[in-house]
Design a protein around this ligand. Structure first.
Ligand code: GTP
Length: 598
């Protein structure tokens, strides 16, 4: 296709503002998919993505559109992950297209992720077409949202397209706007050496790794021997195609085009988002800029509830890792929990997705230890270690200082909840950097420790604002603070899975809260159980769980056999969810619940 008739674009939006619904309508209206094959959220292929309404991997679809000017255009939509955890992938896929539709729910207005995503699009030099969605709803207020887009984002919104992705109002106007207002791809040279961008890749059980590519110069064809310039791998292309959204083979992909290739690549780990693909024979002299691997920032331990599941769990984790290079794992042994894995994730959502998949798709019940960030520990001998697990913290006497990752968080919230949000951020050791208004909504910017956010910040934020706040962040870097390891002792035995890094000034408070929570969560035993929090050898908080007064099985003595058996079975099932620590049994949910702060 001639470049003048190609438009490559993405859709940026806050979660739930209607990105997937709009994509579906565009696909439907252009007859890309036969009506009978139409199902909601065509682009969100994975079940889990569909269920949670989030996109983890970039997807692409080619749409053919006969425009009012009499020409037929090829529109390539790249659907990017919408969540902050995947922001690096988003910024790479944005480089692969020239324009964005900015979808804003006209009943809600601009939200935190709208801002984060649109800034990524602006950074990628995109032309941006604002689209106001959900105009079918009585609460839609287009004039107000236009003004907000201009005030808060600073882009022109006079000519925003008003649509309802649900009823179909305005969809033809969106297609015309794409053709008329977004630019065609920049001039590429068909005859130059191949230069293509690796946009994303996913694992297909039949085809192996499928790589989404955007061609800059040259032509991609079946049979070519290609080289990934940064990772160094070489492969023979065995398939070149496009998504409509079903896979369809094509002879070639030329400059400006987006599609996929397969090349007997074994695992997603061998491909890196942002890498440059060229040919082995006549490589392009210059790779694309700005390549960096994404690094996990949140770590936690995952252990099977039933120790017999360990091998199954290893298999499952290895399978998941095939399709997700940003997830890391290594074996871990815990005195308390036995064999498991220490896993690294891009963020909390990423953690939840992987954990859910292990539990649901692979049927493995898990104990998740408290998520922790990576601390940098400077020891007195001048070494610096990356601390992924509080249990590995060196003796306090050996530590010179500890640094922790800090984030810049942007929160948008209706005025009436502002006080609660400020209080929450303050409690989490936040430093307020900015406070402005966008209409009746406040926009606050905080510098916060990531460690204070990874656990339950988002849940707390949602609950104090009744769900009306939106939140987004990026990582600023490392800063020193007074951080220590707090251990938890149950019946005088340290439980490594409950150890955590805390700020010294907040240690007593956290320790007390933990002990109180554990007292509620651990069932009574036949004996008294002390529960303590300690820093080094010093106990800073203590609770005592009193002994059980009566023996439960006592009432079985002499009872009829069926009742006795039933009771024993019930106890056995209950046991599976418990873990033995010395003489004490701790229920599985205690590990997470003990850390939640009210
Ligand atoms: P994520 O995939 O979660 O990022 O959300 P999204 O931005 O893709 O939103 P999605 O398309 O899933 O839409 C969110 C909800 O809004 C769904 O329940 C849609 O049915 C609804 N919705 C989308 N567009 C419209 C619209 O024009 N009018 C109305 N009334 N509802 C809409």
């Amino acid at each position: 296709t001639e470049l003048a008739y190609i438009r490559n674009f993405s859709i940026v939006a806050h979660i739930d503002h209607g990105k997937s619904t709009l994509a579906d309508r565009l696909i439907q209206l252009t007859g890309t998919v036969a009506e009978r094959d139409m199902k909601d959220q065509l682009l969100d292929a994975m079940d889990i993505e569909r269920e949670r309404g989030i996109t983890i991997k970039a997807n692409t679809v080619r749409i053919e559109y006969p425009a009012k000017d009499g020409n037929t255009y090829v529109l390539n939509l790249i659907d990017t992950p919408g969540h902050v955890d995947f922001s690096y992938e988003v910024s790479r896929s944005m480089q692969a297209v020239e324009g964005s539709l900015l979808v804003v729910d006209a009943t809600q207005g601009v939200e935190a992720q709208t801002l984060a995503n649109v800034y990524t699009a602006i950074d990628a030099d995109h032309e941006i077409v604002p689209v106001l969605n959900k105009v079918d709803l009585p609460a839609a207020d287009c004039a107000r949202v236009r003004e907000q887009i201009e005030d808060v984002i600073g882009i022109e919104a006079d000519n925003a397209v008003e649509i309802s992705a649900k009823t179909g109002i305005g969809i033809p106007d969106v297609l015309e706007a794409i053709v008329q207002r977004l630019p065609p791809p920049q001039e590429g040279d068909r005859n130059a050496p191949l230069k293509a961008m690796l946009v994303d890749s996913k694992y297909d059980p039949y085809l192996g790794v499928v790589v989404i590519v955007r061609v800059i110069d040259g032509v991609l064809r079946k049979g070519q021997r290609i080289r990934m310039m940064k990772s160094g791998g070489t492969y023979d292309i065995d398939r070149v195609g496009i998504y409509r959204p079903a896979m369809e083979n094509v002879d070639e992909l030329g400059p400006g085009e987006i599609g996929y290739i397969t090349a007997q690549i074994k695992q997603v780990r061998d491909t890196r988002v942002g890498d440059t693909i060229t040919t082995e024979k006549s490589p392009t002299p210059k790779a694309l800029p700005g390549f960096k691997p994404s690094v996990p920032v949140v770590f936690c331990g995952l252990f099977p509830v039933d120790t017999n599941d360990f091998e199954d769990m290893r298999d499952a984790i290895e399978k998941l890792a095939l399709n997700d290079a940003s997830f890391t794992f290594e074996m871990e042994t815990s005195a308390a929990l036995g064999f498991g894995f220490r896993c690294g994730f891009l963020g909390l959502l990423h953690l939840e997705v992987i954990r859910d998949r292990l539990e649901r798709e692979y049927n493995i019940e898990l104990i998740t230890t408290a998520p922790s960030v990576v601390f940098k520990v400077h020891t007195r001998d001048g070494a610096v270690m990356d601390l992924h697990n509080p249990a590995d913290m060196p003796d306090p006497g050996l530590v010179e200082r500890v640094e922790e990752p800090r984030i810049k968080a942007t929160i948008l919230v209706p005025d009436e909840y502002l006080g609660d949000v400020l209080k929450l951020c303050q409690e989490r050791r936040g430093i307020q950097e900015d406070l402005t208004y966008a209409g009746s909504r406040a926009m606050v910017v905080y510098d916060l420790p990531l460690a204070e956010v990874v656990f339950d910040f988002y849940d707390r934020l949602k609950s104090v604002t009744k769900g009306y706040a939106s939140f987004d962040y990026y990582i600023l870097g490392y800063r020193e603070d007074n951080l220590v390891r707090m251990s938890i002792l149950v019946n005088d035995e340290p439980v490594d899975a409950l150890a955590m890094m805390v700020h010294r000034d907040r240690a007593e408070m956290r320790g007390r809260a933990m002990c109180e929570k554990l007292k509620e969560l651990i069932p009574r035993h036949m004996f008294k159980i002390p529960i303590q929090a300690a820093i080094g050898g010093r106990v800073i908080a203590r609770e005592t769980l009193s002994a059980m007064r009566k023996d439960v099985t006592a009432k079985c003595y002499g009872g009829d056999a069926t009742r006795k058996r039933k009771l024993l079975e019930k106890q056995k099932a209950g046991k599976k969810k418990m873990r033995q620590f010395g003489k004490v049994e701790i229920p599985q949910e205690a590990f997470i619940n003990a850390l939640k702060m009210d």
